[in-house]
Design a protein around this ligand. Sequence first.
Ligand SMILES: [Zn+2]
Length: 54
Amino acid sequence: MRTVGLKLEPHKYRCPKCGERFKTKKELESHVQLKHPPEEEQQEEEKTPEEHEV
Ligand SMILES: [Zn+2]
């Protein structure tokens, strides 16, 4: 049996947020920045102290 080269690794990097897979770390990183931007947090919406005019 031969040791399989690293070239045969299809999708090594997986997005922890949505499970999408990528071949390179760069792709994963750009995907995370695009799809899961760290600045976008839902908590902020609940914590908005601004007064809402109804
Ligand atoms: Zn993702």
